[in-house]
Write a protein that binds this ligand. Structure first.
Ligand SMILES: [Zn+2]
Length: 221
């Protein structure tokens, strides 16, 4: 139910973003399984997924989002293995990613940390978001809770797609966002940098030229 709707929404948003950004047709489909252990609620989660999905489309990633029962988390676990960058990038990014929204961050964690990702995990949950830290950013003059959640999800998924825990000096993959970053994020879409988009394309064995050809060959009538 949610899945079919999500694909369609993603496609429509992509058409808009492709026109706006002049990028190619999405080649890579990503399924993201979402565990709402914080009980944020389906409406808010869907809003966040909508924003994150729009951001992913700017890197030619078409996302499908699916809610899953929180009970499944018990059996999933997390892969905290310290893979080298070479070992990490030797494996393709999984087409199915798992994301959990937890109610609270561990005590003592910096309030700037909205979550974390395990970009090289080969099993279990790759992305964790802390709802209480998301709420704090929103309450301190940031965008709405759903919008902050969407950015947190897109940022952490970005690490997984880039197979790296590195941060940029600007844009979606900036490590710590200032108040003005959040103010900008409230009224516009903060997205991947062109370098991030190229890196994601490379890791997914596509080139911008191939995409451009495919887009050019797509004629509606
Ligand atoms: Zn990060």
């Amino acid at each position: 139910m949610v899945g079919k709707k999500s694909w369609r929404t993603g496609l429509l948003l992509y058409l808009l973003s492709a026109a706006a950004l002049g990028q190619g047709w999405p080649q890579t489909k990503l399924s993201i399984v979402v565990y709402d252990a914080a009980h944020v609620g389906p409406k808010t989660v869907e809003r966040a997924e909508g924003l994150a999905g729009t951001i992913l489309l700017t890197a030619a990633m078409q996302s499908r989002w699916q809610a899953a029962p929180v009970e499944e988390l018990r059996n999933l676990g997390m892969d905290f293995t310290a893979y080298t960058a070479k070992a990490c990038q030797a494996d393709p990014v999984s087409a199915v990613l798992r994301l959990q929204i937890l109610p609270r961050a561990p005590a003592g964690l910096s309030p700037n940390a909205l979550g974390f990702s395990l970009p090289c995990a080969r099993s279990g949950v790759q992305v964790t978001i802390y709802a209480d830290h998301v709420a704090k950013v929103s309450e301190r003059g940031g965008p709405t809770f759903g919008r902050v959640l969407g950015y947190a999800i897109a940022h952490e998924l970005g690490h997984v797609l880039l197979q790296s825990d590195a941060h940029a000096t600007a844009g979606l993959m900036k490590g710590i966002w200032s108040k003005s970053d959040w103010q900008r994020a409230a009224v516009s879409i903060v997205s991947f940098s062109p370098a991030d988009v190229r890196q994601i394309a490379t890791l997914h064995k596509r080139t911008p030229d191939e995409n451009a050809t495919q887009l050019a060959s797509l004629k509606p009538y």
